[in-house]
Design a protein around this ligand. Structure first.
Ligand code: CP
Length: 322
């Protein structure tokens, strides 16, 4: 595996889930793979889970993780080509990428969408530059349009807790005070479309996800109707993806608190489990009563971030031996 970006990169999902179960059971069984290997985890944006779970996964595999916070630990980096660098950015990504790559065997990149230029974001410009100029395997640790380590961990969690062979999984938009990227819902949709689940997306008008991620998933604009009989409720906010109206890209179109997942929403489900990638705004995205209930899986879901990252890194290390 040279890149981890889209669901196709992981191959057969059933095999990946079996491998995840093995890694979870015996996390230190592949420690030899990472001996004398280094992974560089480059963060342009804040993180708790991704930073820590990626480091833990690397350590489980015997690798040395190096974490770099761009702009805090490093020079501020210019990411756009052809600009006159007369501002506060002292170094260009064009030099920084090959330098960072020369110090490691695998690169992990967190680089959120700025939500100002849809073409730039949906082109995954920064991630592609790391792939092109780094020459090393690259993992998206949430880039402009995708968060595959999260979606893989979500699938692992659903697989562990499902009671039906084909559970109903509903991803519901929920309100948030800030404009957030679409990476998490994009990846969740992409992975659920590839998995053996009955997948439904619900959101207010205008929040339609890019078709390359929404695929053929059923979209139901009536949230309560969508939630009926659900086995898993996946709540997430996202800003306007700009599919119907490109000029609205990145904007907040609704702050309707009626979409907050609370007891009334959960009551129409089939005693569903609640999922969220975290961090979560309590009583905006989800009520205290739901996230604190015994149906909430947010902690085991976050714990599975180590497992998903470790499967990906393990496969990259195994490929280096071929
Ligand atoms: N879910 C997730 O990626 O969390 P962090 O932003 O804290 O890494």
């Amino acid at each position: 595996m040279k890149t981890f970006f889209n669901v196709e990169d992981i191959g057969d999902l059933n095999l990946a889930l079996q491998e995840a179960a093995q890694v979870k059971k015996t996390p230190f069984a592949w420690k030899h793979l990472g001996t004398d290997k280094t992974i560089m985890l480059v963060f342009f944006n804040s993180s708790l889970r991704t930073r820590l779970s990626s480091q833990k996964a690397a350590l489980n595999l015997g690798m040395n993780p190096i974490v770099l916070n761009i702009g805090q630990d490093s020079w501020k980096l210019e990411t756009r080509m052809g600009v006159v660098m007369d501002g506060d950015k002292s170094e260009h990504l064009r030099e920084a990428i090959p330098v960072m790559a020369s110090y490691c065997d695998i690169l992990g990149i967190r680089s959120f969408a700025a939500l100002t230029d849809r073409e730039y974001d949906y082109g995954e410009t920064v991630l592609r530059e790391f792939i092109q100029y780094g020459g090393k395997p690259v993992i998206s640790l949430e880039s402009a349009t995708v968060h595959p380590c999260q979606a893989f961990a979500d699938l692992i969690t659903i697989n562990e807790y499902k009671k039906k062979s084909r559970p109903k999984v509903v991803m519901s938009w929920a309100p948030h005070p800030k404009a957030l990227p679409q990476a998490v819902p994009n990846s969740f949709a992409q992975w659920m479309n590839a998995a053996d689940v009955d997948f439904v997306i619900t959101h207010p008008e205008g929040y339609e996800l890019d078709p390359r991620f929404a695929g053929n998933a059923r979209v139901e604009y009536d949230q309560m109707k969508a939630l009926e009989g659900a086995d898993f409720v996946y709540a997430k906010n996202w800003s306007c993806p700009g599919v119907k109206d490109p000029s609205a890209y990145g904007q907040i179109l609704s702050k309707d608190m009626g979409w907050t997942i609370d007891d009334a929403h959960m009551a129409v489900t089939d005693n569903a489990y609640f999922l969220h990638c975290l961090p979560v705004r309590r009583n905006m995205i989800v009520s205290d009563s739901v996230i604190d209930s015994d149906r909430s899986l947010v902690i085991p879901e976050a714990a599975n971030r180590v497992v998903s990252a470790q499967v990906v890194m393990k496969r990259m290390l195994e490929d280096m031996l071929k």
